[in-house]
Design a protein around this ligand. Structure first.
Ligand SMILES: [Zn+2]
Length: 200
C-alpha cells in the first residue's frame, strides 16, 4: 500500500479514522486492520457507484474516500457526455507518497525527462489522496497532447467540488483534477502529518 511507505499509510488512514494506533512507521495489527477498513470502504463505494476499467480502479483505490466518490462521478459524467467519441478516458495517476513526489520533482531537474511538476514532497494534492490525472487513449495509443483534454476539463469542472489543472495560473496541467478544499495546502499537509481529518 502506498509504495510500502508505512508512516505515510498510517498518516493517511489515521486522518480517515481507520487507523487508531500511533504514527510510528511500523507495520502491526492496527495498520493491517486499518488497511482492511480502507479497502472495505473502496468496495462499498464501488458497489454503490459502479466500477470502471482496471487501470482506473487501481488509481481510485489509492484515493481519499470522498475523492473516490468524486472520481467515479467524474468518469461517469465524462463517459456519458459523448465528447470523447471513440477515445477512452482512464485515470492514470492518483496518490503519491513523499518519496514518489520527490522522484517526480527531480524529473527534468536532476534526472532525465521533462519537468512535469513544480511541487516537491508534501506540496502536491496528490500526496493527500485528493487529486488524480487522466489519460486519453485511442485503442492502445496514449494521446499525450490532444484538444480533448480541454473538453474533459470543461466538462469535469461542472462538478462543483472539482478544480481543473487547466485553470492553474502557475503551472497549467490539463490532465489534472483535484478536490476543492477550504484549507490551504500547507494546512492540509500539517493535518495529514498529524493524522487529522483534512477533508469532510
Ligand atoms: Zn496531477
Amino acid at each position: 500500500m502506498f509504495g510500502g511507505d508505512i508512516l505515510f499509510t498510517q498518516r493517511f488512514l489515521k486522518s480517515l479514522g481507520f487507523y487508531t494506533g500511533i504514527l510510528d512507521g511500523l507495520f502491526g495489527p492496527l495498520t493491517d486492520k486499518a488497511n482492511v477498513l480502507f479497502e472495505n470502504k473502496y468496495d462499498e463505494i464501488a458497489d454503490k457507484m459502479g466500477r470502471f476499467d482496471k487501470r482506473s480502479e487501481t488509481i481510485i483505490a489509492t484515493l481519499h474516500p470522498k475523492s473516490q466518490e468524486l472520481a467515479r462521478e467524474f468518469l461517469k459524467k465524462i463517459q456519458n457526455s459523448g465528447i470523447l467519441g471513440t477515445v477512452v478516458i482512464k485515470l492514470i495517476s492518483g496518490t503519491r507518497n513523499y518519496a514518489e513526489q520527490a522522484a517526480l520533482f527531480a524529473q527534468g531537474r536532476t534526472t532525465s525527462g521533462k519537468i512535469v511538476t513544480n511541487a516537491g514532497p508534501g506540496e502536491s494534492n496528490h500526496n493527500f489522496g485528493i487529486a488524480w490525472d487522466v489519460g486519453l487513449f485511442k485503442g492502445t495509443d496514449f494521446l499525450e497532447d490532444s484538444p480533448l483534454y480541454a473538453k474533459v476539463g470543461q466538462e469535469g469542472k461542472k462538478i462543483s467540488s472539482l478544480a481543473w489543472g487547466g485553470d492553474f495560473q502557475s503551472f497549467v496541467d490539463r490532465p489534472h483534477f483535484q478536490v476543492k478544499n477550504s484549507l490551504t495546502l500547507k494546512q492540509i499537509r500539517a493535518k495529514f502529518e498529524k493524522g487529522e481529518s483534512y477533508l469532510s
